[in-house]
Design a protein around this ligand. Structure first.
Ligand code: C2E
Ligand code: MG
Ligand code: MG
Length: 401
């Protein structure tokens, strides 16, 4: 079984358009079919992936020969719409019965071998080997891509507005990282943050996020917009890093941003992990003038005693309580309790993940101050968020005052 993936197809598709991309896929498909025997099966797996079943080979080396032929067939330029397009292939090979006795296993192992081919510089083929652990391979690829992304400035921030549920005014925003990967397109943080944490890259990435957010707010202020404070998510690894405090101070100094425009989002577990030293860092951050929020509040492990001692400005009620309040009676109770607690500790309370008018009504009834969620606005590119600040962009579901 051959698992084939075109290298850099995304780039062609993005730069020349889908019509050209589609024709290129057809041209590739024709050459693949022409390059194998009639008894073989060629299928498009989706996107720029193809799978070929060679049903009548005597030994594995015959599969390697086919892979070589296909690569040289594909290497000739494709003439499409006046463009001379070059594509190369990364191919993974799995062999029955050694690499799997059923379709799923063979497919998965060929896919893993294909990732290995990508990781070893693309434009080559690899046989599956037992020591190729799928997760490890993917991790290694993401890690090396993240290094490149940092160097080539492939990260960007989207900004999701937060609203006062009473007046409908924008009270702040959360900066959320995105990765514009040249091959895979816009990638969300769920796909790469945990890997960046595992390999330590979260530290330079986090610095980039802080610097980008601070210079963006500064630019909005300089442009005369009524900018709002922006919250930046901080990972546990960054928070514990010795250079963290110094880094925040340096970025504030270099961008010349007034510190109250910067809020840092931390999680309960992160703070409770070593509560004493967390308290020291929080106090130092507060002294710098930045504000502090607890993200995803309610799902972690908290000690109320510490919560009282930590200098926290904002509690963000986790999405799960907001989502299920109508079906889970307990969730409604928890939301009410968090709101009550936040108010008595004089904290701002923001409900996350507000998706519907019912959820909004429920939160208002419980006197929740603020909300954030798709009901108001998805996270927006910086330019769109600036239009929102300037009042020239409509909010689909603006909160009625
Ligand atoms: P989070 O900090 O809890 O961020 C909220 C997430 O919920 C965002 O996902 C946002 O797009 C999504 N969201 C907002 N409104 C709604 C809604 O109404 N319904 C639903 N279902 N989802 C909503 P995103 O951008 O994919 O970020 C996921 C997580 O990745 C964040 O969770 C945060 O923990 C982490 N993250 C994002 N940006 C950064 C960053 O710059 N640094 C670090 N360390 N972590 C980040
Ligand atoms: Mg957050
Ligand atoms: Mg959250």
């Amino acid at each position: 079984l051959l698992f084939l993936d075109l290298d850099n197809f995304k780039h062609i598709n993005d730069s020349l358009g889908h019509a050209v991309g589609d024709q290129l896929l057809q041209s590739v498909a024709n050459r693949l079919v022409a390059g194998v025997r009639v008894t073989d099966t060629v299928c498009r797996q989706g996107g720029d992936e193809f799978v070929i079943l060679l049903s009548e080979i005597e030994q594995p080396q015959a599969a390697a020969r086919v892979a070589k032929i296909l690569r040289s067939e594909l290497a000739l330029p494709h003439l499409i719409d006046g463009h001379e397009l070059h594509v190369s292939l990364s191919i993974g090979i799995s062999v029955f019965p050694d690499d799997g006795s059923d379709v799923d296993m063979l497919m998965q192992n060929a896919d893993t071998a294909m990732y290995h081919a990508k990781a070893s510089g693309r434009d080559n083929y690899q046989f599956f080997k037992a020591e190729m652990n799928a997760r490890a391979v993917r991790r290694q690829i993401v890690e090396s891509s993240l290094r490149r992304a940092l160097k080539h400035n492939e990260f960007l921030l989207h900004y999701q507005p937060q609203f006062d549920l009473e007046s409908g005014e924008i009270t702040g925003a959360e900066a959320l990282i995105r990765w514009q990967d040249p091959e895979y397109g816009l990638v969300g943080p769920a796909q790469f943050i945990s890997i960046a944490e595992e390999c330590g890259l979260i530290v330079p990435i986090g610095q980039w996020v802080l610097r980008e957010a601070c210079s963006q707010i500064r630019a909005w202020l300089d442009a005369g917009l009524s900018a709002v404070p922006v919250a930046v998510n901080i990972s546990a690894v960054e928070f514990r890093h010795e250079a963290f405090l110094g880094g925040v101070a340096k970025i504030l100094r270099e961008t010349g941003l007034a510190p109250h425009y910067l809020e840092l989002e931390l999680t309960e577990n992160m703070l409770m992990h070593d509560a004493e030293s967390s308290a020291t860092v929080l106090v130092a951050l507060r002294a710098m003038g930045v504000t502090l929020a607890i993200d995803d509040f309610g799902i972690g492990y908290s000690s109320l005693g510490y919560l009282k001692r930590f200098p926290i400005d904002t509690l963000k009620i986790d999405q799960s309580f907001v989502r299920d309040f109508a079906t889970e009676i307990d969730d409604g109770t928890i939301v009410s309790a968090i709101i009550g607690m936040g108010k008595s500790l004089r904290q701002r309370v923001i409900a996350e993940g507000v998706e519907s008018a019912e959820q909004l009504a429920f939160l208002r009834e419980r006197q929740c101050d603020e909300g954030q969620g798709f009901h108001f606005s998805h996270p927006l590119p910086a330019a769109d968020f600036a239009r929102l600040l300037a009042g020239t962009r409509d909010i689909a579901h603006a909160v009625p005052a």
